[in-house]
Design a protein around this ligand. Sequence first.
Ligand SMILES: [Zn+2]
Length: 441
Amino acid sequence: MSLLITNARIIDPSQKMDKVCDIVIEDRKIREIHAHGARGRGQGTKGNKEQTPAGGDQVIDAKGMLVVPGLVDMHVHLREPGFEYKETIKTGTEAAVRGGVTSVCCMPNTNPVNDTPGITEFILRKAIQEGSCSIFPVGAITKGQKGEELAELGMMFDAGCVAFSDDGRPVMDSLVMRRALEYSRIRNMLIISHAEDLSLAAGGVMNEGLLAVTMGLRGIPAQAEEIMVARDIALAELTGGRLHIAHVSTAGSVELLRTAKKRGVAEITAETCPHYFSITEEAVSGYNANAKVNPPLRTIGDVEAIRQGLHDGTIDVIATDHAPHHKDEKSGEFDNAPPGISGLETSFGLSMRLVDDKVLTIDQLVEKMSCMPARILGLSGSKGTLKPGADSDLVIINTEKEYVVNASDFRSKGKNTPFDGWNLKARPAVTIAKGRIYTWE
Ligand SMILES: [Zn+2]
């Protein structure tokens, strides 16, 4: 099958491209990008707008639309195996393509934990059978995510894991984290840190401060995150390992990363999530469990620092930390509700607000949501780019069209979002992933 997308404004930071062109896709690969009307295969019929490609081919007219490389989401919880009532590989990737995401990294806190090559292979098999987009498993750093003994990182890497993390939990033991980073250096593997000092967080359920006191809830200080960000930067310096800090939520973390990068510490990268630059702790007022996340939503000062960190390049990546939960789990006591937001279907719209607010240019946004994560994960030959030969993963977006978020319409099983009812714009109209075309508008 071949596909021609015409009249598209293509934004592809991986080749510094922002121009109106046609794209030719063949056999699930980008074949070429050329001036509008200039026919592929060297036939040179430039300017003929009526022209359609040879028989059997398909054409999408993307006039007035934006075409960008498919989004690469480094931080997603697909919940399978073990928690299929929250989400499955099938429903999670359906949510992904609805949100313009064509590659997801799935975190290992499933049941069983993805800490052996057998589980990694199970996920990859299911991904081929049931996934709407590409899936790249993240393996556990430690066996059972218990933080005690390193898992079989090398074997899982060989089985297809693209990174390692105990996400959901920190690796509290500094020596274990040191060993993981040392090993990561030898095999050029990425270690993703869920930065949280558990003893300082001490069972807190929201940001520590006046609001927590008023609500009678136990708070988590910003320092619970920052202590671990500082520790892991120090360990990356010690080992030369490849460190990526997940879901940065505080001004102090941004500053630690900024100074570490200025110092030229090995290879450190960091991500934040749309909720950390869109809303504050006020969102949990009224004991709204759909705004309960870990790390917790912080203050307006933190939100501004995160935005500044995105703007100046301290924060490299926007990921969702898509964490779907069942309705019943989120509707009980705030204290007992599991943390997390179902984020795949609102991520791009929320992030586009950064462009409206002049925090990022559209190029920088695409860089942080597609090209950069692909590069960090070692996938930049096939993902996060529209260069000829890359996978034909792309999104066609009507950037002006507004819509109202309706959680009950989510493809994800998780309807847990504090953004229900929000007005957003720039929802993907067409997503192309794994050679399939998904059209909504
Ligand atoms: Zn986490």
